[in-house]
Write a new protein. Sequence first.
Length: 543
Amino acid sequence: MTEAARVKSGLRASRYRLPTFMSLLFAFVGGCTAEQRDSTPDLSTLTVHYPGNEWVLGPYEDEVPKFLVFLPLVARDENGEIEGRLARSWEHSSDYATWTFHLHTDVAWHDGVPVTARDVAFTYELWKHPGTETAGPEDYDVTVLNDSTVQITYYNKAYDPLDTWQVFYPEHLLRSLDPEDYYRWDFWKQPIGNGPYRYVRHVPKIMVELEANPAFFEGKPAIERLVLTFGGSNRLPELLSSHVDAIAYLHLADHKKLADDPRFRSYYGPPNPLVLNAIYWNHHSPLFRDARVRRALTLAINRRELLQMLDYPDDTPVVDGVFTAGQLLRGELPEALPYDTLLADSLLADAGWTDADGDGVRQRDGVPFEFQAIVASHSSLAASLERASVLVQAQLRRIGVRMGIQSIENITLQGRLAEGDFDAAFYLVRNAPKGVSYRRLVSPESIIGYANPELRRLLDAAYTTLDEELEGRLQIQASIIMLAEMPITILFPLREGHVAHRRVGGLLSPYRSNPAQFADRLWIEERSRNTDEKEELSPTGRR
């Protein structure tokens, strides 16, 4: 789960110098010096800076390079639609509980052993082991019907039957290993998978090298060699000096720095429907008990301006309520509250908050509308929230509301949330069963002090049904209540940004934007240094 940056042309060569060891290492893994790479690009190697280490190929589910070595059953194509990967087809029962997957029969592990339905069943059962901390024993049952057909019956929505994030592992290599040591297996650092790339070697905390799988069932990838490099947070010098071809997960605010450099292009992933940046209002505070006040504060925040100031792409939607990934893809979102300071003023006045003495701060019964908001400092996942808090502070000041800001460590913020020790908090909310989700925020044990039994019932039903159409209808009903009561204010969805040299072909926003995830779909273009015209190299593999 991350983002990126750019620096003006005149600063490049003189201001940024890599340490000698790192320069030699990048020259070695790239096969040539920076000057050589600029004049004669390596058409067979892609070097990507990735914020991780040698464990990026497993077992942690949030690391996208795993898709180059291991296959999921299904994935999203360049249009965001579900397509088969390990599975060639599938069907489900009328109640969506039982799913049957038919696997490709020409897929092999990198050691030559055929991939079968037993590998899928083994992986599902592995996740049930307490040592993996992944699934509960009652979440599903798996049945192998034959070598190429597996059937899974789901009992709740802990797992999405068409989950594009779950990859599968080789039974013949892992069945003798102790699941209690799942997160410490050496296998993850030198894995044998079934994907388009094979593990070659790694240098701890420095790099991982992969090579194209010549026996991959969809055809050998065009890029022969992929190098994932790791290191510090200041990654732009490596891109600008051509030590790397691309950076995965670059902070959105940094993309603007490369806007005038024709060598690079920015790519953006889709808005994440499951991770949203929000303001938590503490309903125990007399300031925020009234739904009119919470709606007014939301109306007073210009979220479109906020997105622009945070350098989010123009196509990022302003969102409220709850919605599925499919609804986001189709644009079927609940209508968000608009930016409307006149309506905000009216609602606050109705709730008794007015600026009677003209000092610019609203009061009620002699008490000024002032509060303190806490926000995590130096949090990579919620990095934009610190900037957002300053912008929100200025916007609320326009309607006579004073908000102070206290930046604290993320672990301290979490503790204060758990204890209810806050007025307002800038934090993430997960539109999903796991994590700090809406369901936990609207229940009797809610950390924000808000409970709504009907809203909780709708969200519980939406999160447990396996029928996507029914889930959508339930979430629409839940969104109506949420828009009326605004228990929290959603500011913007999480969104990832990536950057690559323009010679890297095949990247697309939003569903094929990450070079560390889609290297098998990419190629490298041959480009003259003196012209913007490009001569496209004819790859030997797929595009």
